[in-house]
Design a protein around this ligand. Structure first.
Ligand code: NAP
Length: 347
């Protein structure tokens, strides 16, 4: 028997789609991704990019406050046990918000599979998806919510020092003792780079924020807060040119000025690369229409229908413009409603 709704991805779009589909009695199954080494290295573990962010201050419904007691009461003990404990009074963190979404879906009976979908076949009348560890699954509709992963600069030295000072996720990597009271370099000019720089001011002796232009893409409030820290020094109009060090890790970086090509050296123990995201859509190549950057195309603006009947797309993988948790959750809801209407028309 074919599934009615298969959801691929476990960020805000995936869980929101799952909650809506379950409440419409469509008995959805969600592939949340595998807990594999490969996903760990690529930072594509279940629960998506938001699970890599610390304070989530802009998701409505979660003002900072006494959230720990709420989390204790809402999340299954089994998973709560493994969650990092914060001070009693705090802003909701990315992992906490994602666990709440997952729990909410489970409460409505959503079947959660901890595996990746590695292939799809949308060419036949019957849609099919292939999990890594299971056989092909037939389904009447698919909601694609695979999200995105961090971008890299593509430097050879970046590869050399990966996990030895080069990081794409300061929350998990930069709190190690060897980075305490050392200088740290952050590359990027968006919200993520600002948040990372601010986070690092708690541990680092100095934070160099390296940006390729002279103005920031990040929101005004975040820029103001970042620039207000006397630990942060902005290096405008600079590209990261090379990362240097030895077996112990990174010791300095070379920057190249975008205006006059001059080279500057900075001492640093770590390099955080925070230059945006690419969609996780390689497994969909040739199956559904995408733009040149690999973002899934919606057939009509504000409708989640893709080029394939019965296949809907939500979240960051279909949105290279807003890319917010709340907009991803919104499009996840839209995709579930679109799938529900599609199924009603078919039957
Ligand atoms: P982003 O907004 O795409 O910014 C990427 C930054 O990296 C840009 O400043 C860009 O420079 C720079 N960059 C890109 N490629 C580069 C390269 N090859 N070399 C040097 N610099 C490069 O990405 P993001 O900051 O990760 O944010 C992603 C989305 O999440 C955004 O929509 C953001 O608003 C959202 N977000 C929101 C929050 C929040 O609201 N609290 C927090 C984190 C993220 P240019 O500016 O020159 O293009």
């Amino acid at each position: 028997v074919a599934e009615k709704v298969v959801i691929i991805g476990s960020g805000p779009a995936g869980w929101s789609a799952a909650i809506y589909a379950a409440r419409a009695n469509l008995e959805p199954i969600i592939f949340e991704g595998a807990l594999s080494n490969e996903n760990q290295v690529q930072l594509t573990l279940p629960l998506g990019q938001l699970a890599l962010r610390f304070d989530v201050e802009n998701y409505p419904g979660f003002p900072s406050g006494f959230l720990s007691a709420f989390l204790d009461s809402a999340i299954d003990e089994e998973r709560r046990k493994y969650m990092f404990r914060q001070d009693e009074k705090h802003s909701i963190s990315g992992p906490e918000l994602m666990e709440l979404m997952r729990q909410q879906a489970k409460n409505f009976g959503v079947r959660v599979v901890t595996d990746d979908v590695v292939k799809v076949n949308f060419k036949l009348r019957q849609l099919k998806v292939k999990p890594r560890d299971e056989n092909w699954l037939e389904t009447e509709t698919v909601i694609l919510a695979p999200g995105s992963k961090v971008n890299s600069l593509g430097l050879a030295s970046e590869e050399t020092f990966k996990n030895r000072g080069v990081t794409y996720c300061v929350v998990s990597d930069a709190t190690l003792p060897r980075f305490r009271n050392q200088p740290f370099v952050v590359v990027g000019g968006g919200d993520s780079a600002m948040e990372d720089a601010l986070f690092l001011t708690q541990f680092a002796s100095k934070v160099f924020l390296v940006h390729r232009r002279d103005s920031f893409r990040a929101s005004k409030t975040l820029v103001e807060r970042t620039l207000a820290s006397d630990k942060v020094q902005v290096m405008y109009n600079q590209n990261l040119h090379e990362i240097l060090g030895d077996e112990d890790g990174v010791s300095k970086v070379k920057l190249r000025n975008t205006l006059d090509d001059s080279i500057t050296e900075l001492p640093t123990a770590g390099v955080d690369i925070s230059i945006g995201y690419v969609p996780n859509t390689a497994f969909l190549k040739g199956q559904v229409k995408m733009n040149e950057e690999g973002f899934i195309k919606w057939k009509t603006p504000f409708r989640t229908h893709t080029s394939v009947p019965g296949v809907f797309a939500a979240g960051d993988a279909a949105d290279n413009y807003y890319r917010q948790a709340v907009t991803a959750a919104g499009t996840g809801c839209m995709a579930a409603l679109d799938a529900e209407r599609y199924l009603a028309q078919q039957n």
